[in-house]
Structures are given as structure tokens and as C-alpha cells.
Design a protein around this ligand. Structure first.
Ligand code: NIG
Ligand code: FE
Length: 413
């Protein structure tokens, strides 16, 4: 049985756009009075003018759902970088940063990430599940249909597995309304129990990653490369071994110091995320690679730092995605569409570049090329807005009430 929805005032398909580089709004395909049909497996079989689809639907066993209000349909949004699984709060850090303390100073004083690690270790699996579920429901309501979630606040085998189990349980929960992509960020910082970075990374390589693979808890390994976290040599060692074990890799790179995007490119990482302090040298390297440059405007705002040089990255030909980095420390605000709209205003991005950055380019960063555009063969993941003009999606970026709902593999939420 197929399902046919229409007529939509506008369908912004995002099909036919380049994976990399700058985009102009004139390149956007906007189907007015459009319709979409998908099959019982949740994959799109037709998209086009509503009237044309009426004819097609007559030749198939189709359930028709009539749209009787103005709606704009887009591919479901993809948030390709979050730390939505954690316990506790970092209210104190935020207040201190507003008053002038730096993120790195707070980390050096034993606060920061370690503060959340202590709270997350203390939380039971059930409590951590409830906290994460609530955050993910908010993310779903913001029009996201695919969401990456990292571990990284456990930093022991037991606590990292607890975090990844919470994410796996929620991924399997039918009411969640999101496709979750789990990432192991056990290499977030070196916990004080370990003498050296190498000793901790060896512990992860021998005691954690094999279990994650055996249990199928994650395909992806991330590391924070920074002065207060891991250095480049140790990161190269760890990521190379993780790749040999079959993991995809991604890096927290160039957030404060431009040292890691070179390594990301060297190792052909899926993505290099942050890049607030990347220079022209790193921009060029990323632009000549298949490593997605992920801008995290919420982290720039949350630590009061500059934005990722998104305009320069696009003009150089990089693949640019935009994500929230939702986490209790550097980026507590969430709201992908609002963050993307602010980044666009400061970095001078077109609507097409923003939409691409939170759909198919973000999906590519996660190795999920089966989604992110509305075209035949892709997943029926959509977000509908109670609007008549797609440009209002970013103009009304902080308005939650314009979101009508989402479809995840054809299931309506
Ligand atoms: O992406 N930079 C490292 N990790 C997170 C922050 C985590 C935290 O402060 O709790 C980030 O900004
Ligand atoms: Fe992050």
C-alpha cells in the first residue's frame, strides 16, 4: 500500500544540488501545489505536481491523505552533532562565562566536562533515559528527523556503555519519532584516574571499543582534540586503531586551536566539527577533501566566540553542514533552525546553503545518503511548516508554532 499526501503549497525538494560548495537560492527546486507518494517501506516513489500524482496514484493501491491548509514541505532536518545524553546541569559554568571566565579556564579548574561526567556517572540508566527522552522530544518538535547523539560523559567502560545503551534503547523506542545515530565519544577528555592520554586511549581500544562493536552499539568514534583534551599524536594513534576496527571517525576540531582538521583530512574522517579557529590553511585542506566541515553556531554563542568561517568554507568548495552541538556546557540552547538562521545572517549564507547544511549535507556527514532530499528512492523523512512561503522558515526561525509535524520513514509524528 502506498501513501499519497497533497496538495502542499510548496515542496522544497533540495534535489539536484551539489554536495559541496556555494549554492544560490535560484537553484532551489520549489514545486508549487505538489504531492508526494511513498511506499509501505517508507521510501519515496513519486514527487511532483499534485495533479500529475493523482493520475499516478490511480494505478496503484494508494491511501490518499488530503492537505487542506497551506503547508510547505521540506526534507526532515538532520542534526549531525549533539550531546543530548547527559545528567545534571552546567548553569554555573554559563553564568561564569557570561561574567568573563573562559571555557578553557573553567575546564582547567576541574569544572566543565568533568562536572557533567560526575552527574552522568551517578545517574541510573532509567533516569538518564528519561532525561534524554525529554530532550529528544524537544528536538523532534523542532522538525528534526535524524539526530546524532554522542556518549562521552561516562569515561569508564561501564559508564560509556550505560550512555550508549540509553541511546540504543531510545533508538528502538517507537514513540521517539527520530532516527538516532549513536557515536562513541569516550575520548572526550582524559579522566584524572589515568596517568597519560595514551594509557586512557589504550584502555578504550582494548576494553571498550571491542564491546561496542560486538553489541552493535555504535559505528562511529569521535575525539576532542584540544589543549585541555587530547593532542594530535594521541588522536592519530587512537583514530587509526579505531578505523582498523571498522569504525567511522569524526573529530571535535579547531574549536580553540587550529590543530585537528589537518588530521581529520589525513584520516579521511567523515566530519571535522567546530572549526571556529580554522585558518585559511585548514579551510583549503577541508575544501579539497570529502570530510564534512560541521559548523556549530550554538557553541560559538554559548562560549562567546567567533563563528565557524562558513562562507569561506563554502566558497572554497567544502561540504558544509550545520548542527546544534546541544550539550550542557558549551552549547546548551539547542534549536537547529534558529542557530542556522543566526549563522546565516553573520556568515552571509543563502537559504539554499542553510537548508543543504541541515539536510543532505548533514546526512552525508553521518554516512546516511538515503535521506536529506525529497526524491524518488530516498526515505520519506519530511518536515511540514504551516506556511505558504519557504523563506519564512528561516525568517521565523525562533517560532516553534509554525511546525506542523514530521514524517520519519513515512510514519507521522
Ligand atoms: O562540542 N568541545 C568539546 N565538547 C563539547 C562540549 C562538552 C561540554 O562542555 O560538556 C562541545 O563543545
Ligand atoms: Fe560537541
Amino acid at each position: 500500500m502506498h501513501t499519497f499526501y497533497g496538495p502542499f503549497t510548496q515542496i522544497v525538494t533540495l534535489r539536484g544540488l551539489s554536495l559541496r560548495g556555494a549554492l544560490k537560492d535560484e537553484q532551489l527546486e520549489i514545486i508549487t501545489d505538489g504531492g508526494v507518494i511513498y511506499d509501505e517501506y517508507g521510501y519515496i516513489t513519486s514527487v511532483g505536481k499534485f495533479q500529475d500524482l493523482v493520475l499516478i496514484s490511480k494505478t496503484q493501491n494508494t491511501c490518499y491523505v488530503h492537505i487542506d491548509e497551506p503547508l510547505v514541505l521540506l526534507p526532515g532536518f538532520v542534526d549531525c552533532h549533539t550531546h543530548a545524553c547527559y545528567a545534571g546541569t552546567r548553569t554555573q559554568d554559563f553564568a561564569m562565562r557570561m561574567a568573563g571566565k573562559s571555557y578553557l579556564d573553567i575546564a582547567r579548574a576541574g569544572g566543565g566536562i568533568m562536572h557533567t561526567v560526575r552527574a552522568t556517572r551517578e545517574a541510573s540508566l532509567e533516569d538518564l533515559t528519561d532525561l534524554t527522552y525529554a530532550r529528544l522530544q524537544r528536538i523532534r518538535e523542532e522538525g528534526i528527523t535524524t539526530c546524532e547523539v554522542k556518549s562521552g560523559y561516562g569515561l569508564t567502560v561501564e559508564d560509556e556503555l550505560k550512555m550508549l545503551q540509553v541511546i540504543a534503547d531510545l533508538k528502538a523506542e517507537s514513540s521517539i519519532g527520530l532516527d538516532l545515530v549513536p557515536t562513541c565519544l569516550a575520548a572526550h577528555i582524559k579522566p584524572p584516574e589515568f596517568e597519560s592520554q595514551k594509557a586512557y586511549l589504550d584502555y578504550l581500544l582494548h576494553e571498550l571499543l571491542p564491546t561496542i562493536r560486538a553489541k552493535g552499539l555504535s559505528q562511529r568514534v569521535d575525539i576532542f582534540v584540544e589543549e585541555t583534551a587530547f593532542d594530535v599524536e594521541n588522536a592519530r594513534y587512537y583514530l587509526t586503531k579505531a578505523q582498523e576496527m571498522g569504525f567511522d571517525i569524526t573529530l571535535h576540531a579547531d574549536q580553540f586551536t587550529p590543530i585537528a582538521s589537518r588530521l581529520a583530512v589525513e584520516l579521511n574522517a567523515r566530519s571535522a566539527d567546530h572549526l571556529e579557529h580554522s585558518t585559511d590553511r585548514e579551510i583549503k585542506l577541508l575544501a579539497n577533501s570529502n570530510t564534512v566541515a560541521v559548523a556549530l553556531p550554538g557553541a560559538s554563542m554559548g562560549v562567546g566566540d567567533k563563528f565557524t568561517p562558513a562562507r569561506k568554507l563554502l566558497d572554497a568548495g567544502a561540504i558544509l553542514a550545520i548542527a546544534t552541538d546541544l550539550n550542557p556546557g558549551s552549547a546548551p540552547m539547542g534549536n537547529l533552525r534558529w542557530q542556522a538562521s543566526i549563522l546565516a545572517m553573520y556568515e552571509k549564507l543563502s537559504t539554499a546553503e542553510v537548508f543543504a547544511g541541515i539536510t543532505f549535507r548533514a546526512a552525508f556527514a553521518l554516512g546516511r545518503q538515503d535521506r536529506g532530499t525529497i526524491e524518488v528512492g530516498k526515505r520519506a523523512d519530511f518536515t511540514a511548516f504551516k506556511l505558504s512561503d519557504y523563506r519564512d522558515i528561516l525568517y521565523q526561525a525562533s517560532h516553534q508554532q509554525i511546525i506542523d509535524g514530521t514524517w520519519v520513514k513515512g510514519k507521522v509524528f
